[in-house]
Design a protein around this ligand. Structure first.
Ligand SMILES: C[S@@+](CC[C@H](N)C(=O)[O-])C[C@H]1O[C@@H](n2cnc3c(N)ncnc32)[C@H](O)[C@@H]1O
Length: 459
């Protein structure tokens, strides 16, 4: 009957790297619960078994119960909210499956153990799942003790292998996932450690930050361990090649890397012009009127920007008549969150509230004297004529006046671009005048601009 649950960090799979405390804990466990993943690779299962074989005395009886891991569904393509819900549902299914094992323990089986790869505190759900199991037992009147034994994590081993500290003197370290890196990266973060990155996301930073130092490591702690170090732009192709070859050989890869700004000290956070920052993009609350939804533009939105830019209407009213390339769209969208954090430009995606499909883009730029925001927008052809622009403008302008120090919003369009002016007026903007020869045309001539304004409403 259950009396104790132990969460034991076993490092990167080499029995030599299991701490003495963890080794002693292993020898107290009656039943190990092990998740059997559908896509599990044999090397990891074998590494876990090798740890048990090496460290649990031969006369110590224990059993291993394999529990088929509930399916979690693909993470790629999910937004943060859907990703979070997917993970929570998956946890709940795991708790249920493990509870069944605990309920079926024999009388003499009192200690249950979970073997956790690396350190249980880092990107691992076992502690949360054990908390739920302990709570469930308490609700049934069974008091269960539990503890967590630390292990050597992938970042700790990466730093040791490269013979570097993870941080510079007095500076921060930011640990994140590949999924978040591109939108999140900023020189002010200090050193950045990236885990759970199936796509080598740092490749997207090469254009903007070629001089970053990359400390990369895969299969750390195993005989296949491989390390690469160098200037990001110089070594990215080598890392790509090593990853591809290793993945083909093993069928899987686990890698971790550190990105470090070269030189002595990290840049101060959000270096750049001293505009008041826009509210933190990470705490964005859904903005919708039921027909359109507006949210910050992120790296995943490049197809919307491409579709909005490359059509006859947009090219006709644009400045140079040149279509946007996919690389440019990817670069611009990848920069969007960083620009937002610098406080200069807030870029948004206009989405169809029903389907979630990207319908257009909108931006607010701080320009000219303090307190002025200039608005630009465009809707992809399939969504034109449905009032999306004025709806999105209304939502964003309301947000700007509620959450920033901007006092006056301005926008303009070329004389003749009637649809743009109508959308502005529907959103409450007032036509102000005509600015002669202000906007360039693709043929080298210049057009007059019709200008509009919207003032912060009186409090
Ligand atoms: C689910 S997380 C588990 C992290 C683990 N709890 C730790 O403390 O490192 C899996 C991620 O850890 C990193 N990782 C785990 N084992 C690794 C290894 N042997 N070499 C390099 N990175 C590894 C990879 O970034 C991988 O995507």
């Amino acid at each position: 009957m259950i009396g104790r649950i132990r969460v034991i960090g076993i490092g990167m799979g080499d029995p030599d790297q299991v701490t003495g405390e963890a080794a002693r804990a292993l020898a107290t466990v009656d039943v190990f619960i092990v998740a059997r993943k559908a896509d599990a690779h044999g090397d990891l299962v074998a590494a876990r078994q090798a740890v048990c074989d090496a460290l649990i005395p031969a006369d110590r009886a224990y059993r291993v119960v394999e529990v088929t891991d509930p399916r979690r569904g693909p993470d790629a393509g999910r937004d943060t909210a859907a990703y979070g819900k997917g993970v929570r549902d998956w946890h709940a299914a795991r708790v249920k499956a493990y509870a069944e094992v605990i309920d079926g323990l024999a009388e003499h089986e009192t200690t249950v153990g979970f073997l956790v790869w690396g350190d249980p505190a880092l990107y691992d759900s076992t502690i949360r799942i054990v908390d739920a199991l302990v709570e469930r037992c308490a609700m049934q009147g069974r008091m269960v003790d539990h503890d967590v034994i630390a292990g050597i994590s992938a970042p700790a081993l990466l730093a040791a292998r490269h013979r570097i500290p993870l941080n510079r003197i007095g500076a921060p370290v930011h640990i994140t996932t590949g999924r978040r890196l591109v939108d999140e990266f900023d020189l002010g973060l200090g050193d950045v450690v990236v885990m759970l990155d199936g796509h080598l996301s740092c490749a997207s930073l090469v254009d903007s930050f070629p001089d970053l130092e990359l400390y990369w490591g895969a299969y750390l702690g195993s005989v296949d361990e491989v390390l690469v170090h160098g200037r990001l732009a110089d070594v990215i192709e080598e890392v790509r090649r090593v990853r591809t070859e290793a993945r083909a050989r093993h069928g899987w890869i686990m890698d971790t890397y550190l990105l470090r700004q070269p030189g002595d000290a990290p840049a101060p956070a959000h270096a750049g012009p001293s505009f008041m920052a826009f509210p933190d993009v990470a705490s964005w609350e859904p903005l919708t009127d039921g027909v359109v939804t507006v949210r910050p533009l992120t790296a995943a939105d490049w197809p919307v920007l491409l579709a909005e830019s490359n059509n006859d209407e947009s090219l006709k009213w644009g400045f140079d008549g040149r279509p946007l390339t996919e690389a440019e769209a990817r670069h611009k969208t990848a920069e969007a969150v960083r620009e937002w954090r610098r406080g200069r430009v807030a870029r948004f995606v206009i989405a169809d509230a029903d389907s979630g499909a990207g319908a257009g883009v909108l931006m607010v730029i701080r320009m000219g004297p303090p307190g002025i925001g200039v608005v630009g927008y465009g809707v992809v052809p399939d969504f034109r004529g449905r009032g999306f622009t004025s709806r999105a403008l209304t939502l964003v302008c309301g947000w700007v006046f509620a959450h920033t120090d901007i006092q006056r919003l301005e926008l303009g369009h070329k004389v003749g671009n009637v649809a743009s002016g109508k959308a502005a007026e529907r959103a409450g903007f007032t036509r102000e005048g005509v600015l002669v020869g202000r906007l360039p045309n693709p043929d080298g001539t210049r057009s007059d601009e019709v200008s509009y304004f919207l003032l912060r409403p009186e409090a």
